[in-house]
Design a protein around this ligand. Structure first.
Ligand SMILES: CC(C)(COP(=O)(O)OP(=O)(O)OC[C@H]1O[C@@H](n2cnc3c(N)ncnc32)[C@H](O)[C@@H]1OP(=O)(O)O)[C@@H](O)C(=O)NCCC(=O)NCCS
Length: 199
């Protein structure tokens, strides 16, 4: 097992990892009629706009998970607004998908109205990340190796710290993040914002 930079050729496999872990860590396949929707929000913009901050867990030719990140979340949000969301808004019209309802509609709403990170969180934790491993790849230290690889890259890029948002009901991930040194910065009924400073 190794951790290496993501390649363009990994994108399709990583998209399936995103879906297979997309329901608070569980398989989200049954929730979506469009299997690419989640990855349009939580995976592909990072592979395209922050390619140096995307790493995969690999075993030979097999890829079982990834971490992706953005160095400067506010700048990443601006670049998504300029270049990433417009073609997706054309492809996924809000009114048509909202009428359908369900998980697809929720993600299409994110494409049209992406949430902005809390500026107070960004002061000391300007970077953010997403990490996912297939079930058979979990619990073997790969999550730690992926996060540590990303932390090193973010710190080398001058970041002061990193944050992430996790569903409260994803208790295994919350336990993992706390073990990895991330502490609670904010929260609401459904989610927690956790963060860790560098240096
Ligand atoms: C969450 C996830 C990334 C963790 O990766 P992992 O490879 O399973 O975790 P690791 O084996 O690297 O564990 C790293 C450390 O965290 C600890 N840990 C893992 N889960 C834990 C938990 N629930 N509670 C406390 N500690 C935990 C491990 O014991 C290990 O400690 P050590 O390195 O000090 O011995 C992975 O399980 C996953 O992808 N889950 C499904 C997708 C998901 O939920 N992603 C997050 C969405 S916000």
């Amino acid at each position: 097992m190794s951790v290496r930079p993501a390649r363009a050729a990994d994108a399709a496999t990583l998209e399936s990892v995103c879906l297979l872990t997309g329901d608070a860590g569980q398989d989200a396949t049954h929730l979506y009629t469009d299997p690419a929707l989640l990855a349009h929000v939580y995976l592909h913009p990072y592979l395209v706009l922050e390619p140096g901050l995307a790493f995969v867990a690999a075993d030979g030719d097999h890829v079982g998970g990834y971490v992706v990140g953005a160095l400067d979340t506010a700048d990443f949000e601006r670049r998504c607004e300029a270049a990433w969301w417009p073609p997706l808004r054309d492809r996924y019209p809000l009114d048509r998908w909202a009428a359908q309802g369900g998980a697809d509609a929720s993600v299409v709403r994110l494409i049209h109205h992406p949430p902005r990170a809390d500026p107070a969180v960004l002061v000391d934790h300007p970077s953010h990340l997403h990490v996912d491993l297939l079930p058979g790849w979990q619990g073997q230290g790969l999550g730690r190796r992926l996060l540590e690889t990303l932390f090193d890259a973010l710190a080398a890029g001058g970041s002061r710290g990193v944050h992430l948002v996790v569903a409260r009901r994803n208790e295994p991930a919350v336990g993992f993040y706390r073990r990895m040194g991330l502490a609670e910065l904010a929260g609401d009924d459904g989610s927690l914002t956790l963060g860790r400073r560098f240096g």
